[in-house]
Design a protein around this ligand. Structure first.
Ligand SMILES: [Zn+2]
Length: 218
């Protein structure tokens, strides 16, 4: 049987991770993200894991070749025999090249589209507490401004949510990741979703398009 392979991509804060998990649950496919893979390899203390640990400890980026190897191993596991979902990989043309070498089957690329303005609002208005709670100035306000509801701690802006960091992440995204749509169109199907819709609406829409895709093949 042909494996079902879905690749989610979109700007930071697009909700692609959420949609990937929802789809994984629905289709009973593993959702694979590089962050999780790195943690796993480190925990299992594999040779690759040791390498990754050394690199990330110094704050470096794991080389594309190593990431590709880890993904290759992961998708050969038993739970991925019917297919799998990638969340946040590939992000660059080079990574796309590696992926095309590892995966020879057709892939479905699900692009969650969100405007820069919306990304800035979603991420820029996030406030965190050291206890782990996360608030949002529009969608999840704390009862008292700047104070955590559950522990009374002072809320702060995480480094990743700082204005200048968001702007930089968006710039990298537009320069490196967004152009992948073009390659994706050649390697398989591309679904472009409106990421500013409600989570459940996007989910339904994705499922509908997948259903149409597989039924039209027969
Ligand atoms: Zn707190």
């Amino acid at each position: 049987m042909e494996r079902r392979i879905f690749i989610f991509f979109g700007p930071p804060g697009s909700g692609k991770g959420t949609q990937a998990l929802l789809l994984g649950e629905k289709l009973n496919l593993p959702v694979i993200s590089t962050g999780e893979l790195f943690r796993r390899e480190e925990e299992l203390d594999t040779n690759l894991g040791k390498k990754v640990k050394k690199i990330t400890r110094r704050g470096g980026l794991v080389p594309d070749g190593i990431v590709a190897k880890i993904i290759k191993n992961r998708i050969a596991e038993k739970d991925a025999r019917k297919g799998f979902i990638l969340d946040g990989y590939p992000r660059t043309k080079r990574q796309f090249g590696f992926l095309s070498e590892i995966v020879k089957e057709k892939m479905v690329f699900i692009f969650i589209n969100v405007s820069d303005k919306e990304v800035k609002k979603r991420l820029g208005e996030r406030r965190a507490c050291k206890c782990g709670e996360v608030y949002h100035l529009t969608f999840k306000k704390p009862k008292t401004s700047g104070i955590c509801d559950s522990c009374g701690g002072t809320l702060f802006i995480r480094k990743d949510d700082r204005k200048e960091v968001i702007a930089r992440r968006l710039k990298i995204y537009h320069a490196k990741t967004e152009p992948l749509i073009e390659y994706a169109g050649k390697a398989g199907k591309v679904f472009v979703m409106d990421g500013e819709e409600k989570i459940q609406e996007i989910k339904k829409d994705i499922l509908k398009r997948i259903k149409n895709l597989y039924s039209s093949k027969r």
